[in-house]
Write a protein that binds this ligand. Structure first.
Ligand SMILES: Cc1cc2nc3c(=O)[nH]c(=O)nc-3n(C[C@H](O)[C@H](O)[C@H](O)COP(=O)(O)OP(=O)(O)OC[C@H]3O[C@@H](n4cnc5c(N)ncnc54)[C@H](O)[C@@H]3O)c2cc1C
Length: 385
C-alpha cells in the first residue's frame, strides 16, 4: 500500500498504531463492525512485514489447541483464506504462503480506503502518545500531531526489530502510566556456556527428536519435546525455543542447564541391551552419527555410561540469543491494567492495547499469532462501538 504523504484531517474517530498482525486485524474488525474515520499508522513502508517471515514463510497462524482457534478460523474464512492444520495441530493458510494472509488484510483495507472509511499512513513512526482532556493525541518526530477519540497501541514488542518491533509500545505505555512487567527475548536459541562452546562445536548441524527440560539451579523450570538442533554456539530448534520461555528474567539468573533425553522411546536398560548387541555400530544405530560419536567419546567405551548420557545429556547454557533472533517478547503491559474482553486500559478510557505489547506470550505452534489476531479483533470491535 503506497505511503500517504498528505493528511487532510487532524482528528479521527479511531487510530491504530502499528500495521502488524494485531493492528491489521483490529482495523479490519473495526471496519466490519461499522466503524469509520479510522487512521492506521505503520512505521515501516510496508504493512505486515513480520507476518511474511512467520512459520518460515508459511505463517503458522493458529493451533487447534489455541484459545481463539474457532474465532481465528471464522476470521480467516471471512477474509477468503481457508486454513489447514497439520498432524501436530499447527494451522497454516491452505495456500501455504504467509503473503496470502498479509494480502487478505491489505485488500480489505484498500477497499475501505476507496470507500472513504479509512486512511493508511505507512512509513511514519509515532514518537509519542498523550492523553488530552477529550481525546488522545499522537505525535511524530517532526512535531506533527493527530488526535483521535480512541487509540489502539498495536506496536508489538521488541522481538525482531528488523520487522519494525522497536519496543515503542512499552515506552508509550509507561509514559501513559500503565504498569509494565520486565521483558526479555523469548522463543529464541539457548547459548552454550562460554567454557563449553568448544566441546559442542563438533555437533553443529546435528538434530534429534527428543524430550528435554530446562533446569534453573537444578530445579526443573520447563519441559518440552520435539526437534532439537545443535549449532556451533547454541541450541536451536522448536524444542530449544519452547524451553527459552522459562529462561529467568533479568536479575533472577541461577545456574541454567538443558538436560536432554535423546532417545525417549527407549529406557536406559533397553539402551544398554541395544548397545551390547550392536557391536561396532555402537550408538549410530540409535542417534545422529555426530551425537553418537560425541557420547561414545565421553563414555570411554562403557555401555552403561553411554546409555546414562543418552538419557540425560546435559548442556550447560549461559544465556539466550538477543532480540534480532527472538520470535516473541516475554513480559510487557501488565494485564491487571487492561480489560480482558476489549483490551481497553482500565485507567484511560479510549486507550486500547493488543498483541505482543501485552504481557502474554506462548510456546511455538501458532499461539502467538492467535493471540495477536484475537486481541486485535476484540479491540477493533470495541472501538467501533
Ligand atoms: C521470524 C518470526 C517468525 C514467527 N513465526 C510465528 C509463527 O509461525 N506463528 C506464531 O504464532 N507466531 C510467530 N511469530 C510471532 C508473531 O509474529 C508475533 O507474536 C506477532 O506478529 C505479534 O503481532 P503484533 O501485531 O503484536 O506485533 P507485530 O507483528 O510486531 O507488529 C507491530 C507493528 O507495529 C509497527 N510499529 C512499531 N512501532 C511503531 C511506531 N512507533 N509507530 C508506528 N508503527 C509502529 C511495526 O513496524 C509493526 O509492523 C514469529 C515471529 C518472528 C520474528
Amino acid at each position: 500500500m503506497p505511503q500517504k504523504i498528505f493528511i487532510p484531517k487532524t482528528k479521527y474517530r479511531a487510530m491504530i498504531i502499528g500495521g502488524g498482525a494485531s493492528g491489521l486485524c483490529a482495523a479490519v474488525s473495526y471496519l466490519a463492525a461499522g466503524g469509520k474515520e479510522l487512521l492506521l499508522i505503520e512505521a515501516l513502508d510496508e504493512l505486515g512485514k513480520k507476518i511474511l517471515a512467520t512459520g518460515n514463510g508459511r505463517c503458522n497462524l493458529t493451533n487447534v489447541h489455541a484459545d481463539g482457534y474457532a474465532d481465528t478460523i471464522a476470521l480467516f474464512s471471512s477474509l477468503g483464506v481457508p486454513l489447514r492444520a497439520d498432524a501436530e495441530g499447527r494451522a497454516y493458510p491452505m495456500s501455504n504462503r504467509a503473503a496470502s494472509v498479509r494480502d487478505a488484510f491489505v485488500e480489505r483495507l484498500k477497499t475501505a480506503v476507496r470507500a472513504g472509511l479509512c486512511e493508511v499512513l505507512a512509513g511514519r513512526r509515532v514518537s509519542g502518545i498523550v492523553r488530552e482532556a477529550s481525546a488522545i493525541s499522537v505525535s511524530f518526530e517532526n512535531g506533527a500531531s493527530l488526535e483521535a477519540e480512541k487509540v489502539l497501541i498495536a506496536t508489538g514488542g521488541k522481538a525482531g526489530p528488523q520487522y519494525g518491533s522497536f519496543g515503542d509500545g512499552f515506552a508509550f505505555a509507561r509514559s501513559l502510566g500503565q504498569e509494565l512487567s520486565r521483558i526479555r527475548p523469548s522463543l529464541v536459541q539457548l547459548v552454550y556456556s562460554e567454557g563449553e562452546k568448544a566441546k559442542f562445536t563438533s555437533l553443529d548441524g546435528a538434530r534429534a527428536k527428543a524430550n528435554a527440560k530446562l533446569t534453573v539451579s537444578r530445579e526443573t523450570a520447563a519441559t518440552a519435546s520435539g526437534e532439537i538442533l545443535f549449532r556451533k554456539d547454541c541450541l536451536s530448534g522448536i524444542m530449544a525455543f519452547d524451553l527459552s520461555c522459562a529462561w529467568p528474567m533479568p536479575g533472577d539468573e541461577g545456574e541454567v542447564a538443558v538436560v536432554i533425553d535423546l532417545a525417549p522411546a527407549l529406557s536406559e536398560g533397553e539402551l544398554v541391551h541395544t548397545l551390547k548387541n550392536s557391536g561396532a555400530l555402537g550408538l549410530r544405530g540409535v542417534l545422529d552419527e555426530r551425537i553418537a560419536a560425541f557420547i561414545e567419546c565421553e563414555a570411554k567405551g562403557d555401555d552403561r555410561a553411554a546409555a546414562a548420557i543418552v538419557k540425560a545429556f546435559e548442556v550447560p547454557v549461559s544465556g539466550t540469543k538477543g532480540w534480532r533472533e527472538a520470535q516473541v517478547t516475554k513480559g510487557g503491559v501488565a494485564l491487571p491494567g487492561i480489560r480482558e474482553d476489549t483490551g481497553e486500559s482500565v485507567r484511560i478510557p479510549g486507550l486500547y492495547f493488543a498483541g505482543e505489547v501485552l504481557n502474554r506470550d506462548f510456546v511455538c505452534g501458532g499461539y502467538n499469532l492467535d493471540h495477536a489476531w484475537n486481541s486485535g479483533r476484540r479491540a477493533g470491535i470495541a472501538m467501533a462501538k
